[in-house]
Write a protein that binds this ligand. Structure first.
Ligand SMILES: *[C@@H]1O[C@H](CO)[C@@H](O)[C@H](O)[C@H]1NC(C)=O
Ligand SMILES: *[C@@H]1O[C@H](CO)[C@@H](O)[C@H](O)[C@H]1NC(C)=O
Ligand SMILES: *[C@@H]1O[C@H](CO)[C@@H](O)[C@H](O)[C@H]1NC(C)=O
Ligand SMILES: *[C@@H]1O[C@H](CO)[C@@H](O)[C@H](O)[C@H]1NC(C)=O
Ligand SMILES: *[C@@H]1O[C@H](CO)[C@@H](O)[C@H](O)[C@H]1NC(C)=O
Ligand SMILES: *[C@@H]1O[C@H](CO)[C@@H](O)[C@H](O)[C@H]1NC(C)=O
Ligand SMILES: *[C@@H]1O[C@H](CO)[C@@H](O)[C@H](O)[C@H]1NC(C)=O
Ligand SMILES: *[C@@H]1O[C@H](CO)[C@@H](O)[C@H](O)[C@H]1NC(C)=O
Length: 912
């Protein structure tokens, strides 16, 4: 097998302009999770070994022996079987998943309030509202009543924790705040090597920063005269830490799953997971069935939905995408909690946030204008006494880390944003390094620029950054969904996120060696906040089931408006809304279901909601409907280029469904329940190819409180609409699909002599390759591009040529294959698939997953095709037509009419 996938991907990026967001699915080589039929009193690994009968060599990574949760093992094959399908053929094997790499959890470091110090915890003075997130979510009112999560056990799956931090209890084991846990991997684990477990989840360096921050959000208490006076959401809960990352790189699905299973076996009430890998599809995720059985056993799972808001709808992460997991979106803190004041010499002052000291070496280069750096380099003569002010923009924020910065030799870097509505957010660096980093708000950076103009008069201007008291500063993006927060639903239309919690600019504990505290941002912060609230509710209402508690959390959440707009944010971004702990504990109605997915239909099926009065009084309810923002996966129809078109922009449209209720008033006696029916009609949508989603909330108001049920849907039937974008899909660029590269005679594309790759894999500059370029605008489980005879009798949905015109050209000199669903072919150019793919399609022949928000194009780079079984062979000179077939969403794919298809013009190639 040659490296077709890799090479074509490279070229897709290098040569074809339309390809934008190709997300990586990174598998750990030859590594699988194998689920087995349960055999009583046998360990999964030895059962598997018996069944296998020596057909391959492998080593076991993780065992899953709890038949109630998941029975099987994960393994790396070292010799023998190389395909998932072969493993599936082994007796007793129920399912097999390749193991994906799970990236280190991503959070944006905004600030570390004090310089990294000698493991000492500073005492920070000032009048900052450091516990503002607790107030945003009604947690303060529960704390006032002594409700702090006592008796609830929470398992955290993360990077480990510095439990020696005094605010986290200063120790480990029974009697301590962090009282249990395990390191499923050691320091050296990278995701691809064999994990070496250890009893102790302690990590004292910055690499354990993420887990230490997460643990603090749940459980920290700053002692008097120490730290800031911070309090976690559930400071009396008992916490366990399951470490799943080494000191660098990634983890694997099987390690995360093993941690989930172990936490459940350790008797936790809930598991919180602030990590994940971008997945889109529920199908093919190994977490779905494990999550279901863990929740069935009475343990809740709460997870971050991801920080991929810039990718638009459907870009959700696993395990958060599993239907039984409560996935959380992130809300921006109403204040920047750690703001210092710098004094200047002209009687003024300036507010700033002190950042983590960055290393300059391993920072990513960005795409900003390099002339800026050259100009800066020329201007700076005395680096040690120069501070650079860098504006971060949404488009080139990473350039702030470019190596060019180190060439400036400065010691102080001041970051700011070019937009008052973008909170200052930076990716988390791995280690601490050489710069002093300060962050200014937009307004403050404007001030510094005008202050500095005084220099023009020849006077000296100084700013002293030596304050040791903090204050806060109002965050203009506060109390709204963070722009980075991932946008649901799943491709299968499960409503995600279920709700949202504070996650942007959150101050919490950090390893002592790295300063003791940090302000981080991400859904990683929102998930443990939610876990803390779950614990508060659980401590008060221990008899409720997981689903009942989740329902209370969702129905009492408060929908938020989009930033600076008079429109409710899409449910795809906020779920129910901002969590309200006080209302959840006080709730005296139980509503089910707690969310509605209306799937893909202009006229969804009638929905039923059950309302139960759990109070001791007669209650009157009034029921109404409120629409939320309409959101499109592709929304820039005037973009002028494909790149811009496919870049998601967070545009809010006031386009709503209508809802008709069977009754709008309801009286309920104590302990009684009643059903309400609701018929939704989706808004009209003439442009389904923009992949829009509508949403809103059903509102149930009683005399004393109000509840919501969020819903979302796709306003058209996916199976009835266009899959292959064509001329009618009035956007930009070429008429698609098209073939290239040279179109001299109508109906025939003469490709001429191929250039092939250089021996070092490089692409010659004059490359002249056959191109088939297409865009798929609905989710599909299978996209297939094959080459067929010029005179094929196949009747496609669309012709890419005039079928009445005949040409006399000789076909390629290749044996005709049986093909797929009765269409003989010469071979496959490319094929993408996921989940329920039709029988007859070999998993080995798939290049990757089809994503619903990704342009798909293809270049036949090398004169190279594959057979149905995935083995490759060379193309010869001659003619053929490309045939594109796309399986309609929801169909089995076992008959030809379940595909939308396009048959292209003749491609006449001459291989050299
Ligand atoms: C995909 O992975 C490669 C190699 O790890 C990386 O260079 C690239 O940036 C990734 N692309 C995306 C879109 O994440
Ligand atoms: C670190 O703290 C210890 C104990 O307080 C002290 O003896 C030592 O000098 C400190 N080291 C530095 C580099 O400040
Ligand atoms: C930066 O500093 C290094 C070491 O002090 C020095 O060798 C180099 O010339 C400096 N570069 C500039 C551009 O000042
Ligand atoms: C649409 O694309 C154009 C061209 O790239 C860009 O200038 C414009 O800002 C985009 N509009 C939105 C709403 O993103
Ligand atoms: C695309 O539309 C334009 C304008 O309507 C038309 O001139 C052209 O022939 C169409 N191309 C195809 C391939 O249908
Ligand atoms: C296809 O049909 C045309 C017209 O009938 C004929 O001239 C040509 O030779 C055929 N090509 C092949 C490869 O059979
Ligand atoms: C794949 O299929 C081709 C053509 O049918 C066959 O020649 C080849 O041996 C097969 N390869 C494997 C590994 O089965
Ligand atoms: C898909 O296939 C299954 C079993 O092969 C069958 O039960 C089901 O009805 C099929 N569904 C459709 C939509 O054809």
């Amino acid at each position: 097998m040659r490296f077709k996938a890799t090479l074509s991907d490279v070229l897709l990026f290098g040569l074809l302009d339309p390809v934008v967001s190709a997300q990586n699915v990174t598998y750990i080589p030859n590594t699988y999770i194998v689920e087995l039929e349960h055999a009583p009193s046998t360990k999964a690994a030895s059962l598997f070994s018996q069944r296998l009968g020596g057909r391959m060599k492998y080593h076991v990574r993780k065992e899953f022996n709890n038949a109630e949760l998941f029975y099987g093992l994960s393994l790396t094959v070292t010799d023998g079987i190389t395909q998932r399908s072969d493993l599936l053929d082994i007796t007793g094997v129920k399912n097999v998943w390749p193991v994906r790499l799970v990236p280190r959890p991503e959070a944006f470091v905004a600030a570390v309030p004090n310089p990294p110090s000698n493991n000492t915890i500073p005492h920070i003075r000032g009048n900052s509202d450091v516990n503002r997130p607790l107030k945003m979510a009604g947690v303060d009112k529960l704390h006032e009543r002594g409700i702090k999560g006592k008796g609830v056990k929470i398992g955290i799956i993360d990077t480990g924790v510095d439990y020696l931090h005094p605010s986290l209890g200063g120790g480990f084991g029974p009697g301590y705040k962090i009282s249990f846990g395990y390191a499923l991997v050691g320091d050296d684990y990278t995701g691809t090597n064999t994990p070496v477990p250890d009893d102790d989840p302690l990590v004292t360096y910055a690499v354990g920063g993420h887990g230490t921050h997460v643990a603090g959000i749940i459980g920290m208490i700053d002692a008097q005269n120490q730290g800031f006076g911070l309090v976690g959401v559930a400071p009396e809960a008992t916490i366990g830490m399951y470490r799943v990352f080494g000191c660098s790189e990634n983890s694997g699905d099987d390690v995360i799953m093993a941690a989930m299973q172990q936490a459940a076996e350790d008797g936790v009430d809930l598991i919180t997971i602030s990590l994940g890998s971008l997945s889109y599809w529920e199908q093919a995720s190994p977490y779905v069935s494990l999550a279901e059985s863990i929740v069935e056993s009475g343990v809740a799972i709460i997870a971050a939905l991801g920080n991929d808001g810039d990718l638009g709808p459907y870009a959700v992460s696993a395990p958060g995408l599993a239907p039984e997991v409560l996935a959380v979106g992130s809300v921006e803190n109403e204040v920047y909690p750690t703001v210092y004041k710098a004094q200047n010499n002209i009687g003024g002052s300036l507010e700033y946030i002190r950042g983590l000291d960055f290393p300059v070496t391993d920072l990513q280069a960005g795409g900003c204008d390099t002339r800026v750096w050259t100009a800066a380099q020329n201007a700076i003569t005395d680096g040690a006494n120069t501070a650079v002010l860098i504006y971060l923009t949404k488009l080139c924020s990473l350039s702030a880390y470019s190596p060019e910065l180190s060439a400036l030799n400065v010691t102080t870097v001041i970051y700011s944003t070019d937009d008052p509505d973008i909170p200052v957010l930076l990716p988390e660096p791995d280690t601490v390094g050489q710069f002093t980093v300060l962050f200014l708000s937009y307004n403050q950076s404007q001030q510094i620029v005008s202050d500095i103009e005084i220099l023009a008069t020849g006077k000296e201007y100084t700013l002293l950054f030596n304050s040791s008291t903090i204050q806060d500063s109002l965050n203009s993006a506060g109390h709204a969904i963070d722009y980075f927060s991932s946008i649901g639903p799943t491709v299968e239309m499960t409503l995600k996120p279920q709700l949202s919690s504070p996650g942007g600019n959150i101050l919490s504990t950090y390893p002592r060696s790295a300063g003791g505290y940090a302000v981080l941002s991400g859904t990683s912060m929102a998930a443990p906040f939610t876990a803390g609230v779950y614990a508060l509710v659980k401590s008060q209402r221990p008899d409720l089931s997981v689903a009942e508690i989740i329902s209370l959390l969702q129905s009492t959440a408060v929908p938020m408006k989009a930033l600076d707009m008079d429109i409710i944010s899409s449910v795809t971004q906020q779920g129910s809304g901002l969590i309200n702990a006080y209302a959840a504990v006080a709730a005296d109605s139980q509503i089910s279901p707690s969310q509605l997915s209306l799937l893909d239909s202009p006229k969804p099926t009638k929905q039923t909601i059950t309302i139960k009065n759990t109070s001791k009084k007669l209650k009157n309810h009034s029921i109404s409907h409120s629409g939320a923002s309409y959101i499109r996966t592709f929304n820039n129809f005037t973009a002028g280029s494909d790149q811009a078109f496919f870049k998601f922009t967070n545009v809010h449209e006031a386009r709503y469904a209508t809802a008709k209720f069977s009754k709008s008033k309801l009286s309920l006696q104590p302990r009684k329940s009643a059903k309400i029916e609701v018929q939704f009609t989706a808004p009209d949508e003439p442009q389904p190819y923009s992949e829009p989603i509508y949403s809103g909330h059903i509102k149930i108001a009683t005399d004393s409180s109000s509840y919501v049920v969020p819903y979302l849907g796709v306003p058209y039937s996916r199976s009835d609409t266009e899959y292959i974008a064509r001329n009618t899909t009035a956007w930009v660029g070429n008429d698609r699909p098209y073939v290239g590269s040279d179109s001299t005679s109508p109906g025939v594309v003469n490709i001429g002599n191929y250039s092939i790759l250089g021996s070092d894999g490089s692409v010659p500059p004059d490359i002249n390759v056959p191109i088939v370029n297409f865009i798929i605008v609905q989710p599909s489980n299978l996209i297939r591009l094959e080459i067929v005879p010029v005179n094929t009798t196949f009747v496609p949905t669309y012709y890419g040529f005039d079928p009445s015109v005949k040409f006399d050209v000789a076909d390629v000199d290749l044996p005709l294959q049986e093909g797929f669903l009765g269409v003989p072919n010469y071979g496959i150019m490319a094929q993408w698939g996921i989940g329920h793919i039709p029988p007859g399609i070999s998993v080995a022949s798939l290049l990757g997953w089809p994503y619903p928000n990704t342009v798909t194009g293809f270049i036949l780079l090398y004169p190279f095709l594959t057979h149905e079984n995935g083995t490759g062979f060379d193309l010869t000179s001659g003619a053929f037509r490309p045939l594109l077939r796309v399986l309609r969403y929801g169909a089995n794919g076992t008959s030809a009419d379940e595909y939308e298809s396009w048959l292209g013009p003749i491609m006449n190639v001459k291989t050299s």
